[in-house]
Design a protein around this ligand. Structure first.
Ligand SMILES: [Zn+2]
Length: 172
């Protein structure tokens, strides 16, 4: 397994609408394992394939950040098929270092996805895990959490993103 470099805003791969996974092979299993290791090392509670430069609909989530292996979820071609309720909590993103803000998310969701063998799976969850999954599924369509902000929060995020983009330019 390997720790992969995490793509930072404004890397254009973060704005791509990712392709569906069609090949459930050793390459996919390796990518998922590397993404789990990368997420744990960061540390973070979720990671989507475009965040490591891969334009595929694959995301990993672990709200225990490596403490409980049973909580590691690998979601291939995930779709949120039910959303209920509303909760507003602080969110951040490994691709947007230093930016955190309150984001509205559904309180409970149902996700349909496939596992690494291509078998269908369905997951009903709530609270923090529901939030993490919604955040990662957004990434697969090129959506960042700052896109959900409105009003003054959106203005502040816009300034922070601009600064982050300038820093990345200097760093390159
Ligand atoms: Zn993110």
């Amino acid at each position: 397994m390997a720790i992969l470099p995490i793509r930072i805003y404004p890397d254009p791969v973060l704005r791509v609408k990712c392709h569906r996974v069609e090949q459930f092979d050793a390459g996919l299993r390796r990518l998922a394992a590397d993404m789990v290791e990368t997420m744990h090392a960061a540390p973070g509670v979720g990671l989507a394939a475009p965040q490591v430069g891969v334009e595929l609909r694959l995301a990993v989530v672990d709200v225990s950040v490596g403490e409980d292996a049973s909580l590691v979820k690998v979601l291939v071609n995930p779709e949120v098929v039910r959303r209920e309720g509303l909760e507003t909590e602080i969110e951040g993103c490994l691709s947007l270092p230093g930016i955190n803000d309150k984001v509205d998310r559904p309180l409970t969701i149902t996700v349909q996805a496939q596992d690494l063998e291509g078998q269908p799976l369905e997951l009903a969850t709530e609270g923090f895990m529901a939030r993490a999954i919604c955040h990662e599924v957004d990434h697969l369509d090129g959506v960042l959490f700052t896109d959900h902000l409105r009003g003054l929060r959106r203005e502040r995020a816009r300034r922070q993103l601009k600064r982050l983009a300038e820093e990345q330019e200097v760093a390159v």
